[in-house]
Write a protein that binds this ligand. Structure first.
Ligand SMILES: Nc1nc2c(c(=O)[nH]1)N[C@H]1C(S)=C(S)[C@@H](COP(=O)(O)OP(=O)(O)OC[C@H]3O[C@@H](n4cnc5c(N)ncnc54)[C@H](O)[C@@H]3O)O[C@H]1N2
Ligand code: MOO
Ligand SMILES: [Mg+2]
Length: 436
């Protein structure tokens, strides 16, 4: 008799997995290698930026009071007593009716309080002295870039767990991080199972297909911020797969297998979890694709039994594995962000299960439009290249019409969401749960 599995709701499955989510340790990498990592500590400004009042223009640093009577019909003459470029200081006192030639980025001399641009003055030589003619009044602070106007000392500029982008690299450099504290990337082991699988460089043979899932998942792990480690593909043989899974689990933080989780004669993952004495969190989720996604836990480590069907494997990873990787990386918003979009095409299939339709998000007249891509079958691989969202179509309808509002999961987003924002814990307790 075939085993009958009881499906649980997707949100319930996410909650069960997230109960085992743990943040990893922190390590240091040279700043040049920090892009693509995640901050291991809050990035706090330990000094104001800019650290001194500076000139935003090439011009003359003046004392604004000297221009109190200046007007186009009453220009004032100010003597230029020296000059400084960025990086130099002008340390002599600047007295009444005196100015200093100053370049962009140079510190404003102590008694000056405004800058007049080259273009706004006439330079002249009067009795061998360099003078400028100023034809309008300046107020204290005019054309001054003030200490701390960019950021004040003590401000948190990016939180722990933030993905390091080029802008964050600029901040890290500003605050002197030659070595950057980053979240250690979880080692995510990948094993593909299936006697039908060819290596990627093998010719097509009768009854066989190339193993695409392992490489797809490898890239998904990288996109999520983890460190993928591929342990190879194995035929559907219980002993081989059992040994591989148990050996590999020792070497990684998280283990992903693809294939062999359903109820077929050669689907050995359920028996492997049993023999390992692993705690199976669920083995059936009320969703399409990916209903067979199975997650088990052994001594705190999670084993993701993703489906063999490529689209199901893809969706299972994004819903359940990605948040675990993000939590390991210290993200405070580890779940993929959801947005509301307009459905770009009819989706006429009735929905007994919640569907996660691969789609592409575009902007049309200021609105987000979510259009399904390719064939909506769990076994297809061809739709995945174009997908940058999963369109969430809750169960219990006779289909969806173009123009309806739907919620979409953003696959390329870095902002993320908290578990609380995405799943309805209260609603689930009452037994009525919704998506979106
Ligand atoms: N009697 C039932 N049969 C099936 C059920 C069910 O509930 N009752 N569930 C179906 C669903 S839904 C799915 S999804 C699949 C899941 O199958 P498995 O996870 O056990 O995966 P396999 O049997 O190993 O393979 C399924 C399919 O995927 C292809 N595959 C496997 N590995 C790869 C890979 N690395 N790269 C590309 N393609 C791969 C494989 O050739 C099969 O075509 O079970 C249904 N059956
Ligand atoms: O898990 Mo299967 O993908 O629902 O089709
Ligand atoms: Mg199977």
């Amino acid at each position: 008799m075939v085993e009958r599995r009881k499906p649980i709701k997707v949100d319930e499955a996410i909650i069960r997995v997230m109960e085992y989510a743990e943040a990893g340790s922190v390590q240091h990498v040279p700043i040049e290698e920090s892009y693509g990592h995640f901050l291991g500590e809050d990035l706090v400004a330990d000094h104001p930026v800019p650290p001194f009042d500076r000139s935003p223009y090439d011009g003359f640093a003046i004392r604004s009071t000297d221009t109190a009577t200046a007007a186009s019909n009453n220009p004032v003459l100010v003597e230029v007593i020296g000059e400084i470029g960025a990086g130099s200081l002008f340390e002599q006192p600047v007295g009444r009716m005196q100015a200093v030639r100053i370049m962009t980025g140079a510190q404003i001399p102590e008694t000056c309080d405004a800058v007049v641009m080259f273009e706004s003055v006439k330079e002249m030589d009067v009795d061998g002295k360099k003078m400028i003619r100023v034809k309008r009044r300046f107020k204290a602070g005019d054309n001054v870039s003030f200490t701390g106007e960019d950021t004040n000392q003590g401000e948190i500029l990016a939180y722990k767990g933030t993905s390091i982008n080029p802008g964050i690299v600029a901040l890290l450099a500003t605050f002197g991080y030659k070595n950057v504290p980053v979240s250690k990337k979880p080692k995510v082991g990948i094993i593909a199972t299936g006697s039908e699988l060819l290596e990627v460089d093998q010719e097509i043979q009768p009854g066989k297909i190339r193993n695409s899932n392992a490489y797809m998942v490898y890239a998904q792990v990288e996109r999520a911020g983890g460190e993928p480690v591929y342990f190879g593909q194995f035929s559907d043989d219980f002993e081989t797969c059992f040994e591989q899974v148990t050996d590999t689990l020792e070497k990684v933080d998280i283990l992903i297998t693809t294939g062999g989780v359903s109820v077929g004669d050669y689907d050995y993952l359920p028996d492997i979890y049993e023999k390992m004495n692993a705690n199976v969190l669920f083995n059936k989720v009320g969703m399409r694709p990916g209903s067979v996604t199975t997650v088990a836990e052994k001594e705190g480590k999670l084993l993701f039994g993703l489906s063999g069907n490529p689209s199901a494997c893809y969706v299972g990873f994004e819903l359940f594995t990605r948040p675990i990787i993000r939590t390991f990386l210290h993200a405070s918003r580890p779940i993929s962000k959801k947005e509301i979009a307009i459905l770009g095409a009819d989706f006429p299939k009735p929905n007994p299960f919640d569907r996660f339709v691969r789609g592409s998000l575009s902007y049309t007249h200021g609105k987000l439009v979510a259009t399904p891509v390719g064939l909506d079958k769990s076994s297809v691989v061809s739709s995945l290249g174009e997908a940058n969202i999963l369109i969430v179509l809750p169960s219990g309808t006779r289909g969806y019409k173009q123009g309806m509002e739907v919620s979409v999961i953003l696959l390329e987003d870095q902002e993320g969401a908290t578990l609380e924002a995405v799943v309805d814990k209260e609603g689930m307790k009452k037994g009525s749960m919704s998506h979106g």
